[in-house]
Design a binder for this molecule. Structure first.
Ligand code: ADP
Length: 501
């Protein structure tokens, strides 16, 4: 069996050194499946620590931006190889700090590997454009430029994948980074930074400051020397960050909430749809921004869908994600568990039908962690709060509908727009849904989760602010266009004037 990290004090990583916090404050990172287990102790950083990290990144930027992109990419290739080599150990540590089952943490690490290889490949592309000038003896082209220090603020549900989505495109493009990982899952981000450093990243190019949102995230997101902020987390915090960044016109990318839906049409392969609803609803304990927290089912197959779905949900094995028998882990922390329990009460009060679950699991080994039973509400109306608000836990609201148009209206009738899915064999309906579902991601005959690193990721409405992560769209965010005109005519040529008839 692979080794895992022993609990220790993980200091901040600034300018290639592990440094103690200026204020001396630390906090404990505990296993949500067994809170008696200490995963590690981390620094509660303050504005002074953030300043030191930003200074290091500002200094390192002067040279890193000039390193040829294919050379920057070589470091990323090496890092990807090292991540692959350490995949099992890193996955086990991630399950210990985050709680999701080992199969899923392996997927999380794999996503970081995929992103690192993909962005390393960009080192030999980073394509700009050449185009003819409208004037003779004149050359025109556009090139991508790095921007500077990028502040990154990440959530706990994908502790290595999400930091890699942000760091790899930023780095290959020639930027430097200060990362503030989620307070619940810093260890996986530390592992990623360690690997990049061992792969040869120069001091100061990537820095990490741990701590909470107001203490460490806020000073980073408002720092005058940080022109780029990439954030993934709640819509409430995203709004704070966007407002705080506006006076300085920072480039801000926000990935926020979701209230994703699976639509099950009357002609759907019902067994496949149930498989999708189980994986989409309860994978990562429902704590994915793309989780299928709503399932809308055509009335003609509603009873049968509910029967099969609830039977499967009741059989889900909940526990410590390191146990290979376990299918669903705990909530990330007590606060999240309380949120889930309060939404269960809201659902009951709203008149939704509790079909299974609805309670905390705290008997036996479950008593050591933040476990909640997988929960299904049936007969929901689309406007109930449990069908409108992001719960971020193992709660699925099932909504009956009669027509395709009604299903689309239900799907689009929420404040978010991340991911949507439709199960149907009718190609006309599938294409109409692909066109009319107003979300950043649409799946046909697959659940709402399952992003691949070379396709754009992000959402509409209150899910995002128009940017997309991953794929070439991430390079678009972490670079700026510079347009170059080279006139070799030896005369003054005036565009739109000298060449007009
Ligand atoms: P969640 O915990 O639901 O994923 P949050 O939006 O609370 O979502 O947290 C996402 C990230 O934002 C975390 O790293 C958190 O520390 C950080 N954060 C929270 N509040 C602030 C803030 N006011 N300014 C900057 N970052 C913040």
């Amino acid at each position: 069996m692979s080794t895992v990290a022993a609990p220790k004090l993980h200091k901040n990583f600034i300018n290639g050194q592990w440094v103690a916090p200026s204020g001396g404050h630390t906090y404990e990172n505990r296993n949500p499946a067994n809170t008696a287990e200490l995963v590690g102790t981390f620094v509660s950083s303050s504005a002074a620590d953030v300043d030191a990290a930003v200074d290091a990144a500002t200094e390192a930027y002067k040279t890193w931006r000039l390193v040829p992109a294919p050379k920057r990419a070589e470091i990323l290739y090496r890092a990807a190889e090292m991540l692959l080599h350490r995949k099992e150990e890193l996955s086990r540590d991630m399950t210990r700090e985050m709680g999701k089952v080992l199969a899923e943490t392996r997927g999380d690490v794999q996503e970081a590997i995929d992103m690192t290889y993909y962005m390393a490949g960009e080192g030999r592309r980073l394509f700009g454009q050449t185009t003819p000038s409208e004037l003779p003896n004149k050359f025109a082209m556009s090139v991508r430029q790095s921007i500077g220090v990028c502040g990154m603020i990440t959530p706990w549900n994908f502790p290595m994948a999400i930091p890699s989505w942000k760091m790899m495109p930023a780095l290959v493009s020639g930027n430097t980074v200060v990362l503030k990982p989620a307070e619940d899952t810093p260890l996986s981000s530390y592992h990623l930074v360690e690997v990049l450093t061992a792969a040869g990243l120069p001091p100061g190019v990537v820095n990490i400051v741990s701590g909470d949102g107001p203490g460490a995230g806020a000073p980073l997101s408002t720092h005058k020397k940080v022109p780029v902020i990439s954030f993934t987390g709640s819509t409430a915090v995203g709004r704070i960050i966007a407002q705080a960044a506006a006076p300085d016109f920072k480039h801000v990318s926000l990935e926020m909430g979701g209230k994703n839906i699976i639509i099950v049409m009357d002609d759907a392969n019902l067994e496949l749809a149930v498989d999708g609803a189980i994986w989409g609803g309860f994978g990562t304990t429902g704590q994915r921004c793309t989780a299928a927290s709503r399932v809308a089912v055509h009335k003609s197959v509603y009873a049968e869908f509910i029967r099969r779905f609830v039977e499967r949900v009741k059989a889900l094995k909940v526990g410590d994600g390191l146990d290979p028998q376990i299918e669903m882990g705990p909530c990330i922390n007590e606060q999240q568990l309380n949120t889930v329990m309060s939404y269960v009460e809201i659902g009951k009060q709203e008149g939704a039908k509790l079909l299974t679950g609805g309670n905390r699991l705290d008997g036996g080994a479950h008593g050591k962690g933040w476990f909640h039973a997988p929960t299904v509400f049936g007969d929901c109306s689309a406007k109930m709060r449990i069908a409108q608000e992001e719960i971020f836990g193992p709660v699925v609201s099932v909504i009956p509908f009669s027509t395709f148009d009604e299903a689309l209206e239900i799907a689009n009738g929420v404040p978010y727009g991340l991911s949507a899915s439709i199960y149907t064999k009718n190609v006309n309906q599938a294409f109409a849904a692909m066109r009319d579902l107003y979300t950043g991601i649409v799946y046909v005959n697959a659940p709402t989760i399952g992003a691949e690193t070379h396709l754009p990721f992000g959402g509409t409405k209150q899910t995002g602010n128009g940017h997309r992560e991953a794929a070439i769209s991430a390079i678009d965010f972490f670079t700026e266009w510079k347009t170059l005109y080279i006139d070799y005519s030896d005369t003054l040529q005036r565009a739109q004037i000298d060449n007009a008839d």
